[in-house]
Ligand binder design. Structure first.
Ligand SMILES: Cc1cc2nc3c(=O)[nH]c(=O)nc-3n(C[C@H](O)[C@H](O)[C@H](O)COP(=O)(O)O)c2cc1C
Length: 227
């Protein structure tokens, strides 16, 4: 059984620092279009019942607008709030996007800026097939997605208030974001799948996320079939 180890008070004196560090977002910035409000399905009950882990992706390209919609409803910050709750209001996740096949976007790794709703280029690549295969231990469907949304954990944020609880708070927050990504994908008739089976060191090298280790990955793509 999980035993709470929340200390009664460990908050340091003074105002909480703003952990959205501008130095984290370097590289060329790509603004995203405003998220589409023309959804295929917006009935929450239907979406919840239809949600599946979908691993069959077609070759059709995903659009920037679709990507924008997914990121917006996953982790866009407005008036200090995210679409998900955040333990100790720490907002401890850093979203990375690996683009394989999104219209008008170069293949590469990007960081999502939750306040600017934009992507910052980390690095381009021509072909990441071999790396992806090694990282995800041969889960072949991942290669066929249009993009991967990877959730990195910034432990200094989540352990700031309750030092012993950082990992738990971040992982719980990641679960909330994951559900948003799955329901948003479902509403756009896209396919997404939660993935936690990967080599930790290799994935952090790939995303250059050593300071914010990846805890959860969501391949997203256009749907090949209803599976
Ligand atoms: C934390 C977590 C990790 C998962 N990791 C993987 C994974 O690495 N590869 C995969 O194909 N599916 C993965 N899944 C998806 C599960 O296999 C899937 O949710 C489960 O079979 C139920 O199917 P459903 O989501 O369609 O209802 C993961 C799911 C969760 C919640």
């Amino acid at each position: 059984m999980i035993k709470s180890t929340f200390p009664i008070t460990t908050s340091p004196e003074g105002p909480k620092p703003d952990f959205i560090d501008p130095d984290f977002y370097t590289g060329k910035e790509y603004s995203l279009p405003s998220p589409s409000d023309r959804l295929v399905e917006e009935n929450f009950t239907k979406l919840s019942l239809q949600r599946r882990s979908r691993r069959a992706y077609s070759k059709a390209t995903m659009t920037r607008k679709q990507l924008s919609y997914l990121l917006y409803y996953a982790y866009h910050e407005e008036d200090g709030h995210l679409p998900v709750p955040s333990g100790a209001n720490s907002k401890s996740l850093r979203l990375y996007v690996c683009i394989f096949n999104v219209l008008d976007m170069e293949k590469g790794i990007y960081k999502y800026h939750p306040r600017r709703h934009s992507l910052f280029l980390v690095r381009r690549f021509l072909d990441a097939t071999e790396e992806i295969d090694k990282i995800f231990l041969g889960q072949a469907f991942i290669q066929k997605a249009s993009c991967l949304i990877a959730l990195g954990i910034h432990l200094p944020s989540s352990s700031y208030k309750y030092p012993s609880e950082g990992e738990k708070l971040s992982l719980l927050e990641a679960g909330h974001v994951g559900q948003q990504i799955q329901l948003a994908s479902e509403s756009l008739m896209l396919a997404s799948c939660p993935v936690a089976k990967y080599r930790q060191e290799a994935i952090d090298q790939f995303f250059q996320s050593e300071e914010t280790p990846i805890a959860y990955v969501f391949p997203v793509g256009t749907r090949e079939s209803n599976f």
